[in-house]
Design a protein around this ligand. Sequence first.
Ligand SMILES: Cc1cc2nc3c(=O)[nH]c(=O)nc-3n(C[C@H](O)[C@H](O)[C@H](O)COP(=O)(O)O)c2cc1C
Length: 166
Amino acid sequence: MTTKKVLVAYGTKHGATAGIAEQIGKALREDGLDAVVLPAGRVDDVCGYDAVVLGGALYAGHWSGKAARCAERNAESLRHRPVWLFSSGPLDRSAEERDIPPVPAVARRMRLIGAREHKTFGGSVTARTPGLLARSMLRQGKGGDFRAPERIQSWAHHISAELSAA
Ligand SMILES: Cc1cc2nc3c(=O)[nH]c(=O)nc-3n(C[C@H](O)[C@H](O)[C@H](O)COP(=O)(O)O)c2cc1C
């Protein structure tokens, strides 16, 4: 059997979503898959991949424009391979406590490309996050890193299991 090639693409502003994508890529490689992690803006063609995981940061209720445009540009090819989507956002433990559904535009996109599943992971805003809004959130005590590595890894292993069962 040939090794399956999986693209993990991400739309990020300040790097937290890129970190999640890297963790997913690492877990997939541990499971023997050939995982490539790329910024969504650099993905022009997904035809060389057996499966795609695409994630985007949430800002003001919207999924990353880069992730959204990547899904749009590649919609036809995505429809023909297994796809998983994720969002990175909540700055609290809510994503660990319950399943947070995708924002409406992502839910629509999921239906269009026939994505198998969507997962919301906690986000991260720390003293290293640039921007006035991030700084003001931190001043109000709303920051922190809520990405929960064990949840990210466990989702990635679940994707590997689905791909090897296919
Ligand atoms: C100005 C601002 C607006 C945000 N809006 C949302 C939001 O609407 N929903 C949400 O879940 N998270 C929101 N967040 C949290 C981010 O989604 C979170 O920090 C995410 O991990 C950022 O990813 P990135 O570093 O890859 O850009 C916001 C963060 C900032 C700084």
